[in-house]
Ligand binder design. Structure first.
Ligand SMILES: O=P(O)(O)O[C@H]1O[C@H](CO)[C@@H](O)[C@H]1O
Ligand SMILES: O=c1cc[nH]c(=O)[nH]1
Length: 262
């Protein structure tokens, strides 16, 4: 399994991609990759002239412009196995930078609902990357993308937190220790796709970053004997305004990446 050579083209480069139903020329060099298809609407509302390219299996793609720079948005679905298919297919047709905007759960006491998290690395329990490379291969954001996101957040005067994120695969795990273990290791947040994004992008020779919005705090919800697996109402204004800020940070970061030659 680990003899796969990712320097070799996939052979699928010049065709319509099976799952996302997009082909060469359909997506911009920079693609924003939320898990939730509902977040696509919020992102394209900030683009100029967004055009729907495709929708298949809940994987929706739009391409538009931000301050004159082409940007695409593709939803990936939940979990590493679905998301890694989308990342691979986007790269097959020319994506050079992938940035995930996604919900996360906090894993430290001080991570509040609505906090913006910009992780620099992930623990790899995403359920897909283990089939690409051995477990000791790192899942790290591309420094250029990470630093642009950080400096965009600072220049917009938006608060954010950073650290290591845990990408996991079992949303409804009932064991408090499932969550508490990573809190003790000072991991700040958890999601289900970012480590597969970092690994696939690294193997395919493209760049990647991740910005998260905290929807719940699994540390506080699991620090007694039982786990509270609920997620508070996501229609609250704090979640809406933080999502809007995370999109603004991402778009500002993308503009800076373009202006510095991607
Ligand atoms: O909000 P999205 O991007 O879907 O991300 C998070 O939300 C889903 C779980 O509710 C998982 O996909 C997780 O990673
Ligand atoms: O509770 C949550 C929220 C977002 N992402 C997760 O993995 N869990």
């Amino acid at each position: 399994m680990f003899k796969q050579d990712f320097r070799i083209p996939t052979g699928l480069e010049n065709q319509i991609q099976y799952h996302i139903q997009c082909g060469p020329g359909d997506v911009a060099p920079v693609v924003i990759v939320p898990g939730d298809q509902g977040r696509v609407e919020s992102i394209i509302s900030k683009l100029h002239d967004p055009k729907k390219v495709s929708e298949n299996r809940g994987l929706i793609t739009y391409t538009g412009y931000y301050e004159g720079y082409p940007v695409s948005v593709t939803s990936t679905g939940m979990g590493g196995p679905s998301a890694s298919i989308v990342y691979e297919e986007l790269i097959n047709i020319g994506a050079k930078i992938l940035i995930r905007i996604g919900s996360v759960a906090g894993l430290q006491e001080e991570i509040e609902e609505g906090d913006i998290i910009i992780p620099h690395a992930c623990v790899r329990d995403d359920g897909a990357s283990q089939y690409y490379v051995p477990q000791n291969f790192p899942a790290v954001a591309s420094p250029e993308v990470y630093l642009r996101l950080i400096s965009a957040a600072k220049s917009l005067n938006f608060d954010f937190k950073t650290g290591i994120n845990w990408s996991h695969s079992c949303f409804y795990n009932r064991d408090p220790e499932y969550f508490q273990r990573w809190s003790r290791y000072r991991v700040v947040s958890m999601d289900m796709e970012a480590s597969s994004l970092f690994v696939v992008s690294s193997l395919r020779g493209v760049k990647a970053g991740f910005i998260g919005i905290c929807y719940a705090n699994r540390f506080k919800q699991s620090n007694r004997d039982k786990v509270d697996l609920s997620v508070p109402d996501t229609n609250r204004s704090i979640i809406k305004s933080s999502t809007s800020k995370a999109i603004d940070i991402t778009l500002r970061g993308i503009k800076d990446l373009y202006q510095n030659g991607l």
